[in-house]
Design a protein around this ligand. Structure first.
Ligand code: PLP
Length: 378
């Protein structure tokens, strides 16, 4: 059988990983500033994480949500403490798209409405409603097309007010920092306006924190920088440091009912053990503060390069916008300097490293970046 060929891959096979480094099958070491797409939050193969998962696997790996799983309650308590949202409720799923899908459904159950406001360049996942709320017609299949989603321009407060006057809005879904869209940081005024319009109209504020959440921005949720509370936060990626787990945390005003939401795998024993290990390491090693400090340092240094058009981001979610003629830099970083980075179209390098990245790693990247900026000779 052949693989269904949907991924353009780099010709690299990773066989070992530790902290902020990975090694290929020839033993070449790479610095990982991509974290497998913002997934590696506490570092590859962190010893506490490996131990907690191994211990759990030796006890019970999986059972469905038809029995008590005390690890879920432990995770909810820990997550409440670390995120500062102790009065919220947790529902566990397996991925970011699934988290958004459930958040949008829950909003609609709550207020009985259908209209969703999303924003230009948004990415919310590939399942039916999540992809309908994603601003990329290429990945929306005809069956996913719906009039229920309205896309508004980013940061346009007047358009937002108009939409609320025009439609019975069920929910507004927004990434605090757009990831796939090119690292665009939502301003406090924009997020505060969404909050107040949702309050006025009984609409639901959904904070897509799948990429920008879990401490990456230097606060647990990037929306926290604006001093607003969302009604539902969606999470995945960094939540399990590579173990597939997602979740939504839900404000107290939402009342659950049996059968309203559900999943076979969500919240299984192994996934909870992984998520607990991640939060324990984030807390013990002060990784949110580290993300802020190392991120600020990196952005400050990157802004000194005259070749760079713009540096955007918060904490360790950084976008470096380069001019067209420097479109070779990302490839150069990977194949010459052995540094993984992410990208966003048309010409943005995305840094999404582990939150444990050190200043030495940052310096290593800055030295390589300076070299890679040099024009390539034919
Ligand atoms: C902001 C955001 N939301 C949702 C998703 C979808 O997550 P998943 O790929 O786990 O379904 C992503 C993935 O990149 C994302 O960046």
């Amino acid at each position: 059988m052949k693989l269904f060929d949907v991924y353009p891959v780099n010709d690299i096979t990773i066989t070992k990983a530790q902290g902020s480094h990975v090694w290929d099958d020839e033993g070449t070491q790479y610095l990982d500033l991509y974290g497998g797409h913002a997934v590696i939050s506490i570092g590859h193969t962190h010893p506490h994480y490996v131990q907690r998962l191994t211990d759990q696997l030796n006890k019970v790996g999986f059972y469905s949500n038809s029995i008590h799983i005390p690890l879920q309650q432990q995770l909810a308590e820990k997550l409440g403490k670390v995120s500062g949202k102790e009065d919220y409720q947790l529902f566990l799923v397996n991925s970011g798209a699934e988290a958004n899908e459930n958040a949008l459904k829950l909003a609609s159950f709550y207020n009985g409405r259908k209209k969703i406001i999303a924003f230009k360049k948004a990415f919310h996942g590939r399942t039916s409603l999540a992809v309908a709320a994603t601003d990329n017609p290429k990945i929306v299949a005809p069956v996913n097309e719906t009039d229920n989603v309205v896309f508004l321009p980013w940061e346009d407060l007047a358009a937002l007010e108009d939409a609320f006057n025009k439609y019975e809005v069920s929910s507004v879904i927004i990434e605090g920092i757009q990831g796939v869209g090119g690292i665009n940081v939502a301003s406090p005024a924009f997020l505060q306006k969404i909050r107040s319009l949702c309050d006025q109209h009984n609409a639901v504020f959904i904070a897509d924190s799948v990429q920008c959440g879990y401490g990456r921005s230097g606060k647990f949720f990037s929306h926290d920088h604006a001093g607003v509370n969302a009604d539902i936060y969606t999470m995945a990626k960094g939540m399990g440091n590579g173990f597939p787990i997602g979740g939504i945390i839900i404000a107290p005003k939402f009342k659950p009912a049996y059968g309203m939401l559900g999943t076979t795998f969500g919240g299984n024993h192994l996934a909870c053990a992984a998520a607990l290990a991640v939060l324990e390491v984030i807390e013990k090693d002060n990784l949110i503060a580290n993300a802020e400090n190392v991120g600020n340092y990196l952005m400050e240094e990157l802004r000194k390069f005259p070749e760079v058009k713009e540096v955007r981001g918060k904490g360790l979610m950084i976008g470096i916008e380069l001019p067209e003629e420097l479109s070779h830099v990302r490839r150069e970083l990977l194949f010459t300097y052995k540094i993984f980075t992410g990208e966003a179209k048309p010409n943005v390098i995305r840094l999404l490293p582990s939150l444990a990245l050190t200043k030495d790693h940052a310096d290593q990247f800055l030295t390589a970046f300076k070299q890679a900026l040099k024009p390539v000779h034919a």
